[in-house]
Ligand binder design. Structure first.
Ligand SMILES: Nc1ncnc2c1ncn2[C@@H]1O[C@H](COP(=O)(O)OP(=O)(O)OP(=O)(O)O)[C@@H](O)[C@H]1O
Ligand SMILES: [Mg+2]
Length: 501
């Protein structure tokens, strides 16, 4: 056995995150690790990679027969473990190449060999079919590309054990294909891989075995061939999950929000990423925006919200009034809410409590003139937390200590409290487990029922088709189709998104 983790325990103040977990990995195997948000997946892998040192957890780690006691991530790297963390950990100010070889720069007589470094980086990027110049600073890349750079970084370590924690959350279908092909190659080279994902279709496509965690315990380990998605889901949530989308009972009213001829140009390249886009949204309506990555969907939303650094032209109307939006503060002030895809950069203050985060955008409304209304905040925050089933000890838990999916729920809760007139959602269920997804769909439906206009971008087509009253399709920055709920089929939408019609 390449890796055995025996009876692993790990506690945080008030939380028993891992409670006697057993997990093993063979050479050349892809072992999927699944479970609800907060089940303990990332924590288990942080134990494996030495983020939590041997003195901070119970149980034993055995690699190729030898007991290992890691006191830091360098130790696990030396033992052949590479990990791609769920929360990206690249340095934004450094270039792609510098990030890939950070701390392992090729040197001669102590001097970094930059040409060699960038050549090696370029080779790795080529393997991943990535056309990024390795000299590009990380901050200029979108979140999907950053994720691919993380993968390149892990590949460069030539590890025996590779851990991928939600590697495809921000990837397009083609990028996912590329990644899968690379994992196949690594399998041939006898690398053992741990694959964490909420996307069960991927898990079933790629894995040899599946281990289900629930509340910090191993529920079962099964051969992928011998189980089904339904069985795995039942083990994850401890109950059966049936209908995912709320029934189609909404009755959209009058138009409240309109965008006319919006054009957005990239600040660096001046290339137009959104071209003459126009659309309307009604009170009580969910408008879905479909398209491939790079179609300009996030840029469109960010531009409307005043968060895009580039040239934006065109007109935006709310309740018939033309808006001037130069910053997110302007947008919030006028009644626009925005759940961003990059929660780390724009959505959350990780070192603050849940309640502080929830009320950040809503503060002016909840507060008196000089004091914040703590009672009210706590009451509303508590309700939002319960509605969305945020798994945390209390409202005063620090957001950075929550599991990835639970952080996403806090972002949503923040906007539920802020009572916007129009709410933009960019990938609202990224990293969210299947049970909680249903919760979020129900909340989105409820918000629309209560009169909010909602615009939702999602890469998961079933989500767009299952939730939206109308679907707008974007391709290369332009609107290439608009369909009602009844007209929109996966085939039609994909054809418009890829241009193959
Ligand atoms: N640094 C920390 N401090 C306190 N509690 C923590 C910390 N890290 C994780 N936890 C808690 O441990 C539990 C397991 O979290 P973990 O991040 O491992 O979940 P996960 O299975 O990876 O979930 P997700 O699918 O949402 O990523 C959660 O209750 C979480 O809040
Ligand atoms: Mg996690």
């Amino acid at each position: 056995m390449l890796l055995e983790m025996r009876e692993i325990t790990k506690s945080f103040p008030g939380v028993r995150a891992l409670d006697g977990v057993t997990f093993d990995l063979r050479e050349g195997e892809i072992h999927a690790l699944v479970g609800e948000n907060g089940a303990g997946k990332s924590t288990l892998m942080k134990v494996l990679s030495g983020v939590y040192s041997a003195s901070e957890h119970g149980g034993a780690i055995v690699i190729a027969g030898a007991v290992k006691k890691f006191s830091g991530i360098r130790d696990s790297e030396a033992a052949g473990v590479a990990i791609i963390f769920q929360e990206l950990s690249l340095v934004p100010e450094m270039t792609v190449g510098e990030n890939i070889f950070l701390g392992r720069e090729p040197r001669r007589f102590g001097i970094v060999q930059w040409d060699a470094l960038y050549k090696k980086a370029a080779d790795l990027l080529k393997q991943l079919h990535l056309s990024i110049d390795p000299r590009t600073p990380i901050r200029q890349l979108g979140i999907g590309q950053q994720q691919l750079v993380e993968i390149a970084k892990a590949l460069s370590q030539e590890a025996r054990i590779l851990v991928l924690d939600e590697p495809t959350a921000a990837l397009t279908d083609t990028e996912v294909q590329t990644l899968m092909a690379i994992l196949e190659q690594l399998r041939q080279r006898q690398v053992g891989m741990v694959y964490i994902s909420h996307k069960l279709n991927e898990v079933f496509r790629i894995s040899d075995r599946i281990t289900v965690l629930r509340d910090g315990k191993t529920i079962d380990t099964v051969a992928t061939q011998e189980t089904s998605e339904a069985q795995v889901i039942a083990k994850m949530v401890g109950r059966e999950v049936h209908q995912v989308f709320p029934p189609d009972t909404r009755q959209p009213k009058e138009v409240v929000f309109e965008v006319r001829g919006l054009t957005v140009a990239d600040a660096y390249t001046t290339k137009k990423v959104v071209k003459q886009v126009s659309f309307t949204v009604k009170r009580g309506e969910v408008l879905g925006i479909a398209g491939l990555m790079g179609a300009g969907r996030s840029e469109l939303l960010m531009a409307i919200f005043g968060a895009y650094q580039g040239r934006v032209t065109g007109d935006i109307f709310l309740e018939g009034k033309r808006l001037r939006i130069n910053s997110p503060a302007d947008a919030i002030g006028q009644g626009i809410g925005f759940v961003t895809e990059d929660r780390k950069r724009y959505g959350l203050v990780l070192e603050q409590t849940i309640v502080k985060n929830m009320t950040l955008a809503g503060l002016p409304k909840l507060s008196g003139r000089f004091v914040t209304n703590l009672d009210k905040e706590t009451r509303l925050g508590g309700k939002a937390m319960k509605d969305l089933r945020v798994k945390a000890n209390s409202l005063f838990t620090i957001v950075g200590t929550l599991s990835g999916g639970n952080q996403q729920k806090v972002v949503l809760a923040k906007w539920l409290l802020n009572n916007p007139k129009v709410l933009f959602l960019d990938e609202p269920t990224r990293g969210i487990d299947i049970g909680a997804k249903q919760e979020i769909y129900t909340q989105i439906d409820k918000l629309a029922q209560s009169g909010l206009a909602i615009v939702m971008v999602s890469s998961e087509l079933p989500e767009v088709l299952g939730l939206a009253d109308r679907v707008l399709v974007l391709r290369e920055g332009r609107v290439t189709g608009e369909f009602t709920r009844h007209e929109a089929t996966p085939e039609i939408v994909m054809a418009r998104a890829t241009g193959s019609f």
